[in-house]
Write a protein that binds this ligand. Structure first.
Ligand SMILES: Cc1ncc(COP(=O)(O)O)c(C=O)c1O
Length: 492
């Protein structure tokens, strides 16, 4: 007979698993909320870059999780004492690495309530509000971006998953049209990206079973934009070899320089040769909400799929990426499987699990809805406007200083600059980055353009002010002076 008295089987000291009482939850919740509020009102209180060596936190933590539960007080204390000092402060106004981000109060509250509701947005029936809010916010965002309102949109965790799903749909559609519906990718499929397309597209192609030798990384023009002529030649060569051009990715706001690929010309080629056109607007498309960015999405209405990440620029905390397509049925045919335990009998609704890889889906639309409502379009435009103004200000300072060169056009919230050859070139630019990072006051990142080492200064945190950008410029300028002194002394 099975013993149903669980306590008999457990060690005597085992206590029942009790969640926080309402009182205790409120008490710890206040501590946590106050901690967040202090961070939002005093966002410069921690250094941007932690002073830490690899393995440091792991050394400080026990090897095993506790047998007996601990108090929330102790946990929150260790969060502050052990974790926070080792956090890279992405939400800091002097975080200018990669693409600067900012989560906002409404976004954080949305995230908190999402965790509290803990619903799974896999089916309409599994949470009607989550599904419908996702549909509504996806439509609202299309309108802000000036794209067709009737596109199908869904929220995924990342642009990487978005492009993967698009590629799988493209592959499945091409396979169906040539009568090979068993899902094995045709080894003749080819995929086209530029040297500056984000690596997530190549990764998606690999994961979707496209032969690596058939992923074409094509050249860019003098402004780091996809060279449409090179694309045309590559497609024609592949066709002549008996290959099957399948998919091309154009980018609005490339990672290294924020270049905008010639989407209309790429759309012409895609239509002529029957390729699936994916537009990666993960970062740059967000600027289309601003009047200065309204032309950024020219031609995107002709794309087969498109991604934009509100978690990069629209004040929504990680993660929130929108995947749109004109062909929801193709996405559905690629991903829908009928598992008995997931059948609902409800028709005329969208079950998002049928349009992508993940079954379990967080209620991400809640934080997007909070942010869109709280700031409104005007608030978002004001935020983007500040980012563009501060970026231009910084770009002007660099352009006026003969020791620096601006290496790519400034279109969005990013300046790519380096020390000129006369001021020390690559080696001095690398040292400049190291010395700025050693101060822990600023976080920058780098790229390589045309074989040259380049600093990337991304400016789009909601709380970044002119004083912050000005302090960064002064620090860079002083470090450049030290570099110049060092190279004069060494007779370089
Ligand atoms: C242009 C571009 N596309 C795609 C990505 C990948 O985004 P995610 O991290 O959401 O996959 C990035 C990341 O910065 C990016 O800059």
């Amino acid at each position: 007979m099975i013993d149903t008295d669980v306590s008999v089987a457990l060690p005597p000291e085992t206590l029942p698993a009790r969640d926080l009482s309402a009182n205790d939850f409120t008490q710890s919740g206040v501590v946590a909320l106050e901690w967040i509020a202090r961070g939002l009102s005093d966002p410069r209180r921690h250094p941007v870059r932690p002073s830490v060596v690899p393995g440091e936190l792991s050394e400080l933590l026990p090897r095993s999780a506790p047998l007996l539960g601990e108090s929330m007080d102790a946990i929150l204390e260790d969060f502050e004492r052990l974790v926070v000092p080792r956090v890279t402060q992405w939400n800091h106004p002097n975080f200018h690495a990669y693409f600067a981000i900012s989560s906002s109060g409404p976004g954080i509250l949305g995230e908190l309530l999402t965790a509290a509701l803990d619903v799974n947005a896999m089916l309409w029936q599994s949470c009607p509000a989550a599904t419908e809010l996702e549909q509504v916010t996806a439509g609202w965002l299309l309108e802000w971006l000036g794209l067709p309102r009737d596109w199908f949109g869904m929220i995924v965790d990342s642009a990487s998953i978005g492009v993967f799903q698009a590629l799988v749909a493209a592959r499945a559609t091409a396979s169906e049209s040539s009568g090979e519906a068993d899902g094995v990718p045709d080894p003749r499929f080819t995929v086209y990206v530029s040297e500056h397309t984000h690596s997530s597209v190549e990764k998606a192609a690999i994961a979707a079973g496209i032969a690596r030798r058939h992923i074409r990384r094509l050249p860019v023009d003098g402004h780091y934009r996809f060279d449409a002529g090179a694309l045309e030649r590559a497609i024609e060569q592949d066709l002549a070899r008996g290959l099957r051009p399948l998919f091309v990715a154009a980018t609005v706001g490339t990672t290294s320089t924020t270049a905008i690929d010639p989407v209309p010309a790429i759309a012409d080629l895609s239509e002529r040769h029957g390729l699936w056109l994916h537009v990666d607007g993960a970062y740059g498309a967000n600027y289309a909400v601003h009047p200065d960015g309204s032309a950024f999405l020219a031609g995107v209405e002709r794309a087969d799929s498109f991604v934009v990440n509100p978690h990069k620029l629209l004040l929504v905390p990680l993660d929130c990426s929108l995947l749109y397509t004109r062909h929801p049925e193709r996405l559905r045919r690629a991903f829908a499987l009928e598992a008995e335990y997931l059948k609902t009998g409800v028709s005329g609704v969208v079950d998002f699990m049928d349009y992508g890889l993940a079954l379990g889906r967080r209620f991400r639309a809640l934080k997007l809805w909070f942010v869109m409502r709280y700031f409104g379009r005007q608030g978002i435009v004001a935020h983007l406007d500040k980012s563009l103004r501060l970026t231009r200000w910084f770009g002007e300072r660099a352009a006026e200083d003969p020791r620096f060169e601006i290496v790519a056009p400034i279109a969005m919230g990013l300046v790519c600059l380096r020390l000129s050859e006369a001021a020390g070139g690559d080696a001095a630019t690398r040292r400049l980055l190291e010395s700025i990072h050693a101060t822990r006051r600023f976080a920058l990142s780098h790229t390589v353009l045309g074989g040259r080492f380049v600093l990337r200064v991304a400016i789009s945190n909601h709380r970044t002010e002119l004083d912050d950008v000005s302090a960064l410029w002064e620090a860079l300028s002083a470090a450049a002076g030290v570099e110049a002194g060092a190279s004069n002394a060494s007779g370089d």
